[in-house]
Design a protein around this ligand. Structure first.
Ligand code: ZN
Ligand code: ZN
Ligand code: ZN
Ligand code: ZN
Ligand code: ZN
Ligand code: ZN
Ligand code: ZN
Ligand code: ZN
Length: 521
């Protein structure tokens, strides 16, 4: 606001100083307009008019309130007006308010004619004034001179630098194609700033060859360009696998298997897939204890698929036989009973023959038979057999008939048992313990018996008798036919020992006579 006020005061001061201002005294003419001092519409007194240009003038006013003077353009009141003159090409009317000349018609030149030398000439249609002036306007180009805007004729020289430029974008050179910087050409002439940029040529990079494999392509050695996609690369296709077929193997309980598979003879390609071992399909079996005769086993497992087993045979225990021996008796055989302590199985073995009765001395029963008690402890058997009697001729017209087992003599004294008699074989076989030697003081009979029956030695027998038996006597053998021969004997340690030859004996009994030495003499 302050600046604006200072500007207004300055303008007012300058207006007041302009010389020749016609402040025509037209007092008492007023206009109602804005006073920038009072800052509102005021009645202002018109003090005079000042030419502004060929059609207007400014109005010099003074505010009736604050007295401030000003010079303004004010509507139709600002146009030149009045005057009586007739305007011509070069003269006009005189403004009644500001005194300025106005309304001059000016020449009406009509058509201008080019003169071919850079000028044109025209004449006024109103006042016949002729005028020559330099051609003007238009623009010379590289191809054409300028055309005068007034007369339409060419004039001046072509402008070799005024091209109709066309801009061309730059193009960078590539490895194989030339390029250029941005350049201009002229659409009219052959002007150009084009400058070729040569092709760069490839920036080769060497690449090593790679042999193809079964699954990956390869290539020969090749070149590429570090700048562009130039390449001499030529792919060598993958070889594909050289497949070899392998048979399947089913897995077993304990060994892995596989399906049929392929491998490559060139690389380690394989479709092998291991099938794990099945593991046993175990079946439990109860234990069975072994017995004496049958094997057993602990609880064990088998596989339903294979022959796997944890079976372990427990051997049969075998019988635990305890032996009980039954001793033979006179009439029953002996044996041993083996009984198993576990299963009570038993059998009989080791038989021993019955002992037979151990008869003591046989004694006559008086009825042609004889008897003897068994001496074995626990046996109360009394045996009885028929007597077997022998008859010997003992002298002319005399015989002796007797049983050598029980000693019963028909016409002589009973022959009594000589307990101390013993015998043993020199040859042949003999139940020598069964010797039975009997005497009645006159005769001596010798025989062998078992269980009351006579037996017969098959060879020669030695017989021992108490020495007292033959004290003061000689021994004479009496053959069944009565032949009598002296029987030699030895005396040893209180016994007499004689040798009996049963090989050449008719009978299983021998008879001797005990002959007193005196009688023999
Ligand atoms: Zn004129
Ligand atoms: Zn011209
Ligand atoms: Zn041009
Ligand atoms: Zn390249
Ligand atoms: Zn392969
Ligand atoms: Zn199995
Ligand atoms: Zn048993
Ligand atoms: Zn008995």
């Amino acid at each position: 606001m302050k600046k604006w006020l200072i500007w207004c005061l300055t303008v007012l001061a300058m207006v007041c100083l302009i010389p020749g201002i016609a402040l025509n005294a037209k007092a008492a003419d007023f206009i109602y307009t804005y006073c920038f001092v009072c800052t509102q519409q005021r009645n202002c007194e018109i003090l005079g008019y000042i030419k502004a240009d060929s059609t207007k003038h400014r109005i010099h006013i003074k505010c009736l309130v604050c007295g401030r003077e000003n010079s303004i353009i004010y509507g139709n009141l600002s146009y030149h007006t009045g005057g009586t003159e007739t305007p011509t090409c070069i003269t006009g009317k005189t403004c009644a308010l500001c005194g300025a000349k106005y309304g001059i018609l000016g020449h009406d030149w009509g058509a201008w004619t080019p003169n071919g030398n850079g000028t044109h000439t025209g004449s006024c249609t109103r006042c016949s004034e002729v005028k020559t002036a330099s051609c003007t306007g238009g623009t010379a180009t590289c191809r054409a001179k300028a055309v005068c805007e007034v007369c339409g004729g060419e004039y001046g020289e072509k402008d070799p630098n005024n091209h109709a430029l066309v801009q061309h974008a730059a193009k960078a050179p590539t490895c194989t194609e030339k390029g250029w910087n941005a350049y201009e050409t002229c659409s009219r002439c052959d002007h150009t700033t084009y400058a070729e940029l040569p092709a760069l040529n490839h920036d080769f990079v060497q690449h090593a060859a790679k042999a193809p494999t079964c699954t990956e392509k390869g290539w020969n050695a090749y070149e590429t360009c570090s700048r562009c996609d130039y390449t001499t690369y030529a792919e060598q296709p993958a070889l594909n696998h050289a497949l070899v077929n392998h048979n399947a193997k089913a897995p077993t309980c304990t060994e892995i298997g596989w399906n049929a598979y392929k491998t490559c003879s060139r690389c380690d390609y394989t479709t092998y897939a291991e099938l794990p071992a099945l593991n046993h399909d175990l079946v439990n079996h109860d234990a069975q204890a072994p017995t004496c005769t049958e094997i057993g086993w602990n609880a064990y497992k088998t596989c339903s698929r294979c022959d796997y087993t944890t079976y372990a045979e427990l051997p049969a225990l075998n019988h635990d036989y305890q032996a009980v021996t039954v001793e033979p008796t006179c009439e029953t055989d002996g044996y041993t009973v083996f009984t198993c302590s576990r299963c009570k199985d038993s059998y009989t073995a080791d038989p021993t023959d019955k002992l037979g009765h151990q008869f003591g001395a046989w004694s006559p029963n008086g009825t042609g038979s004889q008897s003897a008690d068994c001496l074995r402890q626990g046996c109360a058997h009394t045996g009885s057999t028929d007597c077997r009697k022998f008859t010997f001729r003992t002298a002319e017209g005399e015989t002796l008939t007797f049983c050598p087992v029980c000693g019963q003599a028909e016409n002589a004294v009973q022959l009594e048992m000589i307990e101390a008699a013993t015998a043993w074989p020199l040859s042949g076989s003999l139940s020598a313990e069964d010797v039975t030697a009997r005497t009645n003081g006159e005769y001596l009979s010798v025989a062998f018996e078992t269980a009351g029956s006579l037996t017969r030695p098959t060879g020669r027998v030695r017989l021992a008798l108490p020495a007292g038996l033959l004290e003061g006597k000689t021994l004479v053998r009496i053959a069944p036919d009565g032949t009598q021969t002296e029987m030699p004997f030895e005396t040893k340690r209180g016994k007499i020992i004689l040798t009996l030859d049963f090989v050449n004996s008719e009978l299983p009994v021998m008879l001797f006579r005990l002959v007193p030495q005196t009688a023999a003499l």
